[in-house]
Design a protein around this ligand. Structure first.
Ligand code: IMP
Ligand code: MG
Length: 175
């Protein structure tokens, strides 16, 4: 059976929430500059939309990570596939992620980045599945808490598909 996508969060509601997050982040970082770090590929749509709604100066960098493992089970150890281009020494870093699931990826990533001496490091995620958490990760800004369902759209993929959907949807009928 071919999979179908059921809408979970509409485009209008995602946009509205990103607007609110941008405003809150701008207030919290008043008088500062924010160095946004996007975790590729999933975080890219969210980071672009968020950055447009932040009113303090921002700079951006990108990094890509994958977890070591046999493909079906994450070992929880993160490998850097593409590292940042610039130093984060002394910067107010805000990591932008698509979704926090077990928390393993961000737990390791934050640990790695903290050693590079940023002035501060905070985390913003579009989606959070709190009930799936295995590793304790402090999330500073959350778009939406969602139930334990596999979602796509707004940067999130299922086998590299559906990243371009302008809304968040649940995959149904997948193998
Ligand atoms: P974690 O290390 O378990 O928190 O995994 C986070 C990563 O798994 C995310 O950055 C996504 O790439 C992927 N992921 C987790 N849940 C979903 C989902 O529902 N849809 C698409 N990707 C997901
Ligand atoms: Mg991700």
């Amino acid at each position: 059976m071919a999979e179908t996508i059921r809408e979970l969060v509409s485009e209008k509601n995602v946009d509205k929430r990103i607007e609110e997050l941008g405003k809150k982040i701008s207030e919290d970082y008043a008088g500062k500059e924010i160095h946004l770090i996007c975790v590729l590929k999933g975080g890219v749509f969210f980071m672009c939309e968020l950055a447009k709604r932040i009113s303090v100066p921002v700079s951006m960098d990108f990094m890509s990570v994958s977890s070591y493992g046999d493909g079906t089970k994450s070992s929880g150890v993160v490998k850097i596939v593409k590292d940042l281009d610039e130093s984060i020494d002394g910067k107010d870093v805000l990591i932008v992620e698509d979704i926090i699931d077990s928390g393993r990826t961000l737990y390791y990533l934050i640990d790695i980045l903290k050693k590079r001496n940023p002035k501060s490091i905070h985390l913003c995620t579009l989606l959070d599945k709190p009930e799936r958490r295995v590793r304790d990760v402090k999330v500073d800004y959350v778009g939406f808490n969602i139930p334990d369902e596999f979602v796509v759209g707004y940067g999130l993929d299922y086998a590299q598909k559906y990243r371009n959907l302008p809304f968040i949807g649940v995959v149904e009928g997948a193998e």
